[in-house]
Design a protein around this ligand. Structure first.
Ligand SMILES: *Cc1c(COP(=O)(O)O)cnc(C)c1O
Length: 363
């Protein structure tokens, strides 16, 4: 059998091989029950135990306090762009957004359907190659919440410091960085993430929300999007994404076995240092993002001679380095280095980049 490729996809993305092996070993008969997780009723004790176990592991890994609901929903991070204002705007009509790239732009566009959005900081004028100054945000009590995207997956921009929102609930789209470093959950009103980057396969969306923000959703909110109602029913108002939820639980277990989130963080820093070092040390490759705001998870880079892009991708693929094309909106290359990417994958990429440069350097 062909060895596994190093997969640099931004999402759906690489999963830990041990998780895939375990899922395979349990695929046709989970824990000897005679059926696959894909075939079980979500109301039976087997799946209920899988679901509860996954939640408990996530609570323990992220140290999520009792004051927060942990929900496993559907619709991706994108549906949360609308579900968030529906649920937590409550008696207010204004919300504040920080604009740092494509994903925050999309969140802003969706939120405008539900209230008056103020973009209180933006790095759009810098083509999203940096983050805006967040030191003195223009905030007052009329805002229901402040939304930001700590890791912009497409532009490779990271906000490392949690913004001071002067007591206003902070909402974070952590889709492409959740579980890659320790986070103080108590600093947030709501954290959400589509699973298909650092958590598991596509199909499940994690929402971690402070209980006191829930319970006063807009009257038009569908039940399946209502955080309180979903919490009351264990995220099972309707059929949940059972298999993706189960896989997320296996990933949580894998992170525990590997040593927890601190270990994930150390590995992430090591991978990023290796790749940024190679890019910065060459005149052939370039990363456009200001150093203080560079993502540890998604690293875009361009070739000096863009007519070589196609050849770069073809030859990288032939060397077992897959899915390195940048997002179609920005072009160039992008290496996504999520938790399941081993250091050896980054090293193989850097080795390939050096060889490719050597071959195409003009003297
Ligand atoms: C991928 C991504 C999304 C969209 O996720 P879906 O689950 O496909 O809706 C939103 N925000 C960020 C930061 C992402 O990386």
């Amino acid at each position: 059998m062909k060895r596994r490729a190093y997969n640099f996809s931004a999402g759906p993305s690489v999963l830990p091989e041990k998780v895939l092996e375990k899922a395979r070993s349990e695929l046709t008969s989970w824990h000897g029950c005679g059926m696959s997780v894909m075939e079980m009723s979500h109301r039976e004790k087997e799946f209920v135990s899988i679901a509860k176990d996954a939640e408990a592991r996530l609570r323990s890994l992220m140290r999520i306090p009792e004051e927060y609901h942990v929900l496993f929903l559907q619709g991706g991070a994108s549906l949360q762009f609308s579900a968030i204002p529906m649920n937590i705007l409550r008696d207010k009509s204004k919300m504040a957004y920080i604009e740092t790239g494509t994903w925050s732009e999309k969140a802003i566009k969706a939120a405008r359907q539900y209230g008056t959005v103020s973009v209180i900081a933006s790095s759009k004028a810098d083509a999203y190659t940096t983050a805006p100054d967040l030191s003195d945000l223009p905030l007052d009590d009329s805002f229901a919440y402040v939304h930001y995207t700590p890791n912009e997956t497409i532009h490779g921009v990271r906000i490392f410091d949690i913004p001071d929102t002067k007591g206003i609930p902070l909402v974070a789209d952590m889709s492409s960085m959740i579980l890659s470093e320790p986070i103080d959950v108590t600093r947030f009103g709501l954290i959400y993430a589509g699973a298909q980057k650092n958590v598991g396969p596509a199909g499940v969306t994690i929402v971690i929300v402070r209980k006191d923000l829930c319970g006063a959703s807009a009257p038009t909110t569908p039940d399946v999007l209502d955080y309180s109602k979903q919490a009351k029913d264990g995220s099972m108002i309707n059929t949940p994404p059972c298999f993706a939820w189960y896989m997320a639980g296996l990933v949580f277990e894998w992170i525990e076995t590997e040593g927890g989130i601190e270990v994930m963080h150390a590995r992430a820093r090591s991978r990023a240092t290796t790749l940024y070092g190679a890019i910065d040390g060459s005149k052939f490759y370039r990363n456009p993002v200001k150093r203080a705001y560079r993502s540890l998870m998604n690293i875009p880079f361009v070739l000096k001679d863009q007519t070589l892009d196609e050849q770069f991708l073809v030859e990288a693929g032939a060397s077992g380095l897959q899915t390195l094309a940048g997002h179609r909106s920005v072009g160039g290359m992008r290496a996504s280095l999520y938790n399941a990417m081993p250091q050896s994958g980054v090293e193989a990429l850097v080795e390939f980049m050096r060889a490719f440069e050597k071959e195409h350097e003009t003297a």
